[in-house]
Design a protein around this ligand. Structure first.
Ligand code: G6P
Length: 616
């Protein structure tokens, strides 16, 4: 959470930083601020609310400097106020700092610094670090070979506990920037006569596609023309310069009203990109280039463990279902945030997977580290190339769906479902799945983009339904088997972007509690695909109907429901079981999207949320 960007170069810093902040806004949007060095001092502007508010303030003044930093905040320590917005200045005015993360020992730092006559203008943990840098700068002797600015940042960080991605400027060192990371993402973009430091690639892509992904424990010093990276322990680091494969247009809305809408309608293409080149020549199984795991190793695995957060966890739950069904191997799923602390006993021959769109979710990263610490191999399913999770995993599968910017995950989710289905095939073919079954499975997966296109054609119909249900305060999502996690996801989507209270349940479980909520004011969205338990699902619908609950039924083509049972019907194409969760996700994404629009909600930036949760 929080987006940070620092620029040093030959162009005006403020417009570029504001543009970058808008691209980083999905990381947090409680407040935003910039500090630009000009005429020998820092001009600092901070404003609560969106970057657009800050932009209005910036337009009132002339910010001409070519060296500056900016921040968009997701509040942790201290309320949403202009004072608590970043950048923070040290009380001697020498340093300006932006920070993403949490300095856990800030209270003791602050107490110590108050005793040394440093003062504080905010309630944030970040300001304590900024003053600590100033303290070291004022106090510590340096050798002629040492850069005093860099040394003071490094010394302060040696006392910092918690997580940080920071960028710092110093009045005495114009044109020099120091940045460091521990637990919060940070990249260095290498431009032509300019260098940029940012939380992620989206902020810099307009200027350069050459990036260095910084690692935890590294500190970078840069000017417009050069950069050096070392560890905090002063070991030299030889940087690897990577090329970003997507461009500015991928990170823009184009003709769509919202990123979420764009990303929903991009799904056929996203699925094609996820699958591309990943089937065997005989089209009977999947191939993954980066698993770093031999078939012999896979064959010896007795259990798979999946950890993730939020939407990605729902994708893991569907994957569990498919691997157990098609590869007949036990799978366990857990919230990454729980797994990291619950000290779970694990079977010896367990292969560990983490799933994360951003690759930066701190709990998922911590689960990965915990599994590795216990000696397990960990593979990652992840969208963002070069992310922390991708780099720390022993191997993995990239999703290749391009940047996902809407806070509510859509195309990344269906891509994760597809990878889960491909994994089930891959493992299944190593076990009991026949060649013929594999070929049918591959054919089905290849049809997924077209089936999704067909499901998307329901958009105008779903929009009409949304108009009729947008005023409700509660909603249930009910599904069974592999569609139970899609019910959870449907409820999560609705909650996230429309603030309607929603719950997902296995349809039959509804009578053990949630049925108490049913009335004409609480609609239920049912998944009722063809299959052997359709009649059981119909019985659950009858139970809702008998209590006057409105029913929105999502059925596959060919399913016939008893007359009058469903108040609303959404028909999706019938398909292979491995593809069904993908296709069934489309109507619930559209329903939440259109309901949120009806309610006038800010779809891409729902209140209190952030896309990439890099604090615990
Ligand atoms: C946040 C986002 C969710 C996302 C979750 C996990 O809570 O708002 O949309 O599913 O993080 O994110 P990840 O990047 O790890 O998939």
């Amino acid at each position: 959470m929080c987006g940070i960007i620092g620029y040093v170069g030959k162009q005006k810093a403020a417009p570029f930083i504001l543009e970058g902040l808008k691209r980083l806004e999905y990381r947090g949007y409680d407040s935003a601020g910039v500090a630009i060095f000009q005429n020998g001092s820092f001009s600092v502007l901070k404003k609560i609310g969106r970057v657009a508010n800050l932009e209005l303030e910036v337009a009132k003044v002339n910010l001409g400097g070519t060296y500056g930093i900016g921040h968009t905040r997701w509040a942790t320590h201290g309320g949403v106020t202009d004072f608590n917005a970043h950048p923070h200045l040290s009380s001697d005015g020498k340093f300006a700092l932006i920070h993403n993360g949490v300095i856990e020992n800030y209270a003791s730092m602050k107490k110590y610094l108050l005793g040394k006559e440093y003062t504080f203008a905010s309630e944030t943990d970040s300001e304590a670090l900024c003053n600590l840098i100033a303290y070291h700068y004022a106090k510590e002797p340096v050798t002629p070979q040492q850069n005093r600015f860099l040394t003071s940042v490094r010394k302060a960080l040696l006392h910092a506990e918690g997580t940080y991605g920071i960028v710092v400027m110093c009045l005495d060192h114009p044109g020099e920037m120091v940045a460091a990371r521990k637990g919060s993402p940070l990249i260095l973009g290498l431009g032509d006569g300019e260098n940029i430091i940012a939380s992620d690639v989206s902020a810099i892509i307009a200027r350069t596609q050459s990036v260095v992904y910084l690692n935890d424990g590294e500190i970078v010093y840069c000017t417009a023309k050069e950069f050096q990276i070392t560890t905090l322990a002063l070991e030299a680091v030889s940087p690897t310069v990577a090329k970003v494969t997507w461009n500015v247009a991928d990170a823009e809305k184009g003709a769509y009203a919202h990123f979420m809408e764009k990303e929903i309608f991009e799904q056929p293409l996203a699925l094609e990109n996820t699958m591309r080149g990943r089937f065997s020549g005989d089209a009977s199984t999947a191939n993954f280039g980066g698993l770093n795991t031999t078939p012999i190793e896979f064959r010896g695995i007795e259990r798979f463990m999946f950890c993730a957060c939020g939407t990605a966890l729902h994708a893991c739950m569907v994957t569990e279902h498919l691997i157990e069904q098609y590869a007949r191997t036990p799978v366990e799923c857990d919230y990454a945030s729980e797994f990291r602390y619950r000290n779970a006993p694990l079977f010896r021959n367990t292969l560990f997977f983490v799933m994360s769109q951003s690759g930066e979710t701190i709990d998922t990263l911590a689960a990965l580290r915990e599994a590795k610490r216990k000696g397990y191999k960990v593979l990652a399913i992840n969208n963002v190339v070069g992310s922390s999770i991708a780099r720390e995993a022993d191997g993995g599968i990239y999703q290749h769906v391009g940047p996902e910017i809407g806070v509510a995950s859509t195309k990344a989710f269906t891509s994760q479902l597809l990878i889960g289905a491909m994994l089930a095939l891959y493992i299944g073919r190593m076990r009991d799945m026949s060649f013929g079954e594999g070929v049918r499975y591959v054919t089905a997966l290849k049809s997924a983009p077209n089936l999704v296109r067909k499901a998307l054609e329901q958009a105008p119909h779903i929009r009409e339904i949304a108009k009729r249900y947008a005023h409700h305060a509660d909603m249930l999502f009910l599904g069974r088997m592999s569609l139970f996690p899609i019910a959870l996801e449907g409820a999560l989507k609705l909650k996230e972007i429309s603030y309607i209270h929603a719950e997902g349940y296995p349809a039959a479980e509804m009578k053990h509690g949630p049925i108490a909520l049913i009335s004409e004011h609480c609609p239920s969205v049912f998944f009722a695909p063809r299959g052997e338990i359709l009649n059981k699902i119909i019985s659950s619908m009858q139970e809702i109907k008998a209590r006057k609950g409105p029913v929105i039924a999502i059925i596959t083509e060919g399913v016939e429901l008893p007359e009058g049972l469903a108040d609303e019907l959404i028909v999706i194409p019938d398909c292979h079981d491995a593809v069904l969760p993908i296709v069934a996700s489309i109507p619930v994404q559209l329903l939440s999207y259109y309901i949120a629009i009806e309610r006038g909600c800010d779809v891409d930036k729902p209140r209190n949320l952030a896309k990439s949760v890099t604090v615990e």
